[in-house]
Design a protein around this ligand. Sequence first.
Ligand code: PLP
Length: 392
Amino acid sequence: MTATAPLARATVAQLRASRIREVANEGMGRPDVLPFWFGEAAWPSPALVVDAAQAALAAGATRYVQNLGLPELRDALGDYVGALHGATAPEEIAVTSAGVNALMLGAQLVVEPGQRAVAVTPLWPNLVEIPRILGATVECVPLAFGPRGWTLDLDRLLDALTPDTRLLLVNSPNNPTGWAMDAHAQRAVLERCRRHGTWIIADEVYERLYFGDAGERCAPSFLDLAGRDERVIAVNSFSKTWLMTGWRLGWMVLSRSLLPDLGKLIEYNTSCAPSFVQQAGVAAVRDGDGVTRDFVAALRRSRDYLVGALAAIDGVDVHAPQGAMYVFFRLRGVTDSLALCKRLVREAGLGLAPGSAFGDEGEGFVRWCYACDVALLEEGVRRLRSVVAPPS
Ligand SMILES: Cc1ncc(COP(=O)(O)O)c(C=O)c1O
């Protein structure tokens, strides 16, 4: 009797595995490797958050809680989002098990199999693969890389937003490029989406990691322009703003008319985010502004160092990103960024992410997460030079 190995459904089998992981698998566990491949700060989560979680655990916050989140966290987030983007009620907020779960829930809410989605790329792969898991097709509208860094051809995006487009996915500030969509483009896109009844999932997890004019607290957001009862779902996360990647906590801002159905989806996906983690989240939202400000100041220093150091390497094209925590730079002559990144791990102990992981238009580029001390970046640059610009 020949047993046939059981396989996943075709849609899932056809998903592309993460190429960032593929590189990391080459070097994970090797203590000599400098890991700049994932989107994670080298610094620990803030003490105020750890303390709040410990206190919550000690008080027994270990049980199932509300599908849509603890009322005190939704209240705190309502105040927080309201201060950044205008009045937002707790009933327009749902707490999720991190940003990636919020993206999946948002797509599950609005996309049917066979429908058309549009995404602005290069892009963190999850945003493109999530609608595909649900059976949608995704058309990518690429940013262009030129003398002014990464830019959007707005007309091209508007043309892609056809009347049958169900969903637009925009991540701004963008992973991997650091590009941020300006309010003018957001207004035009929102107008087009309103006309066609197209949903927008705005991935704004890097909104606070933004290097705009001094004093600006965050990047332009669709929430600044759209009413809360529109077809806009804004996704956010505690991972980046408060250095809480492993805590798996996020939120969505959306029309209150969606909440009964969203509650059902959360019930069937995760049921709720962990209660002690949500209590730590309250501390982050209420008392963590200084944490974020210090983080952004450190990121700015690291970014400025790294951009300058990379620009000084022959054959590198690089521009200062407007936001997020990555430099996405081109190495002239490189046609296989995956092979190059594996080689950098093997030969130099340097962990970077291949541009092709973020879409075909990312080929030839490499992503470097710079959320760490400058000294670590200096060593990284030395290692990069040893492979791509060895002394002759
Ligand atoms: C663009 C973007 N969206 C969402 C996320 C999700 O982050 P998390 O699931 O940790 O909240 C990430 C993480 O890297 C990201 O880069």
